[in-house]
Design a protein around this ligand. Structure first.
Ligand SMILES: *Cc1c(COP(=O)(O)O)cnc(C)c1O
Length: 399
């Protein structure tokens, strides 16, 4: 009998309590401060118009090459391979690294599920590690105990713009002869010990989705200093067309090609790379200053070795605030301010749930208490002050 795929439904029991509630309805009478909006005020329109006018709308064309070159150069990596998304860049990276059936890959559970979803499709297993309570990135002290004879790779994911603690991760990857990847989808321009994130591993992947620090609408890029990895990625992104004999397929490959129109927007974004990053840091400084005296709110981390690029401005709410995270979100929504709750950790996702798995208390705490405030390269100082003013008012009432 013919049958469609069904969603996976599981009963999380008491853990279901930590799933976030419905998105609050925005008050349209007041102003609506959006949680994110892109800044396309440079040469984006000019270049994309050029791509259309010249007819180079597909995945050949000069903007692709230029985007790959300028973006990889800005990150300090030799080769860039543009893709349709970070998700496909991750898929491509795992595929090129030979990760497949029966392999284990270590990932943080407090993140977005793209890497684990792709591992699932490659029949590899995601092995989860809890978050560090200070930086919200993977807890480096808890990685080694998860390494087995089946482990093939570690994926460091730079959460909300804050780099993972790379030195101990690099040491572990060396010691156990593992591939090291960075999912830098949230951390364009971020730094660890003065080096750009995305340049600290065998392969890194970036996202250019509409809400990311650099955007092409949809899009991604795989970066590597390893020429062989980059060349294989180029072939496998493009149906596996052999460079010597075009219609000979030596890999069961994919089509993950970015269009020249998207790359045109990307080239214009890279021209303003520093400006886009510094604007997010400027916004974070305003929030940090405005919120520092409110008890019960933890502002986002910035470790002394790290330049945080604050892809989002995430805060934690505890009982000293006088209102719960969800009450604060509702009250802000009623004042025309859009927010989002933090990730639901991957180990609590129906697709990956394993009732015999250990607890990940830090990730669950972050999921329960975290929200993020409006933050983007297009937001005004006035809007940020408006958000701060409202949080102060809500704080006053809650006590
Ligand atoms: C946004 C994001 C992705 C997915 O990016 P797409 O370009 O939408 O596929 C992957 N990983 C992380 C950590 C992300 O934040």
């Amino acid at each position: 009998m013919k049958k469609l795929i069904e969603p996976i439904k599981i009963d999380l029991g008491p853990k279901a309590l930590i799933l976030p509630g419905p998105e609050p309805v925005l008050n349209t009478e007041g102003r609506v401060v959006r949680v994110s909006s892109p800044d396309l005020s440079g040469n984006e329109l000019r270049y994309v118009t050029d791509a259309v006018k010249t007819g180079w709308i597909s995945s050949s064309g000069s903007y692709i090459k230029k985007f790959e070159e300028t973006f990889s150069q800005a990150v300090g990596v030799s080769y860039g391979v543009a893709t349709t998304s970070a998700t496909t860049a991750l898929h491509l990276a795992f595929f090129v690294l030979g990760i497949g059936e029966g392999d284990e890959v270590i990932v943080p559970t407090f993140t977005m599920a793209a890497a684990s979803n792709m591992l699932h499709h490659l029949k590899a297993k995601s092995v989860f590690v809890d978050a560090d309570p200070e930086t919200w990135t993977i807890d480096v002290k808890k990685i080694e105990e998860k390494i087995t004879s089946k482990t093939k790779a570690i994926v460091a994911i730079h959460i909300y713009g804050h780099a993972s603690d790379m030195d101990p991760i690099i040491a572990l990857a060396k010691k156990h002869d593992l591939w090291l990847l960075e999912d830098a989808a949230e951390a364009h321009g971020g730094e660890y010990k003065g080096k750009k994130v995305g340049s600290l591993s065998d392969v890194s992947c970036f996202s250019f989705y509409g809400n990311k620090i650099i955007t092409t609408g949809e899009g991604g890029m795989l970066l590597s200093d390893n020429q062989e990895i980059a060349e294989k990625a180029q072939i496998i992104r493009d149906h596996g067309f052999s460079k010597q004999a075009r219609f000979i397929h030596e890999y069961a490959a994919f089509n993950f090609r970015m269009t020249n129109m998207q790359a045109a927007i990307g080239v214009a974004q890279v021209e303003r790379f520093d400006q886009l990053v510094e604007k997010r840091r400027h916004n974070a400084a305003l929030y940090n200053e405005g919120l520092k005296e409110i008890s019960g709110i933890t502002t986002p981390p910035e470790d002394k070795n790290v330049k945080n690029v604050y892809w989002v401005y995430g805060i934690l709410v505890d009982k000293n605030f006088g209102a719960s995270r969800d009450q604060l979100r509702k009250a802000l929504a009623d004042r025309g301010i859009e927010t989002r709750s933090f990730f639901v950790p991957i180990h609590l996702q129906p697709v990956f749930y394993d009732s015999s798995a250990p607890d990940f208390p830090v990730s669950e705490m972050l999921c329960e208490r975290g929200l993020y405030l409006p933050q983007s390269s297009a937001i005004s100082d006035e809007d940020i002050q408006y958000v701060i003013k409202n949080i102060k008012e809500i704080y006053g009432k809650g006590r």
